[in-house]
Design a protein around this ligand. Sequence first.
Ligand code: NAD
Length: 332
Amino acid sequence: MIIDKVNNPIQVGVLGFGGLGQAAARILAPKGEMTWVAVADRKGYAYNGSGLNPDAVIKAYNQGSVAYLEPDGVLSNKSIQDLVENHTVEGYFLALPNLPNTFMADVARQFIKSGWKGVLVDALKRTSAVEQLLELQTDLQAAGITYLTGCGATPGLLTAAAAVAAQSYGQIHSVKITFGVGIANWEAYRATIREDIAHMPEYDVETARAMSDEEVSALLDKTNGIIALENMEHADDIMLELAGICDRDRVTVGGVVDTRNPKKPLSTNVKITGRTFEGKISIHTFTLGDETSMAANVCGPAFGYLKAGIALQRRGMTGLFTAAEIMPQFVK
Ligand code: NAD
């Protein structure tokens, strides 16, 4: 099949402007194939068809909302809806918190209802959140939306790497993802950290969501800033199962997050164990460079998948896809 080339700059938006949203804006700045034209946060949105300036938008956000960007910002308590209804944007990266666990599926429903056609990419993490999107498969297709889910680092980059690595084997025995994340302070990634806390023993999504910033800080004081997690409910499992690689119970995800040090506490890696056609058991290991940040490993792939999604959309392919079944394209 001939791969469609994306020729004109793609007009893209970023929904959610916290840690990942801001990194996404910076990643897009030097790109020629994508222009960042739209952004929304909880209190408003900003749009400029010629492109938004990351420094100016971050300055406005730090004053309370991207809505304070002059002259392009608009205050709104239904910012996503207003942005989508008033401006044409071809694709969005959803850098939104999935709190509650139904939030991203609600946003997808909102897009379906609006009549908008285009490409959506998320960096969802939980299996149960991806399952909710699977239920929207037919509606997304009918609406003309190409939705790529699980397109961050894990799920995302590492899941896709596992799908590629699996090709050496006749049978896949296990896929083991271990991540190390280092961030200087947790407030830069509030949703990410709350969602990680939700995986700790004695917590769930609702208790983590209800915690005040002070309660999160107090918990992190007790753990010396470290969150260590194992056997997490992570959508890498359902994505690899749907891609036909292995059953979901063969996939495990765990890791360590240091919220007080940008240095990674361990090297993020995925190990794929399998058996070759000759009967040899072997392990492929794919390890991310320690210098690459969580933001680089989430937002880079997200835009690679957004470009791939645009190519699908322009060929009339709509509906839900996961990062394990589509190859991301490199955005120049
Ligand atoms: P954050 O808390 O720093 O920022 C969230 C942003 O969303 C804020 O700007 C907020 O104003 C905005 N927002 C909240 N509700 C909104 C609404 N109703 N309408 C519009 N905007 C709204 O979040 P973050 O730490 O950047 O994380 C974003 C998401 O990325 C999280 O769900 C996290 O789990 C996910 N993530 C995925 C991976 C991966 O590898 N797959 C890694 C890290 C983070």
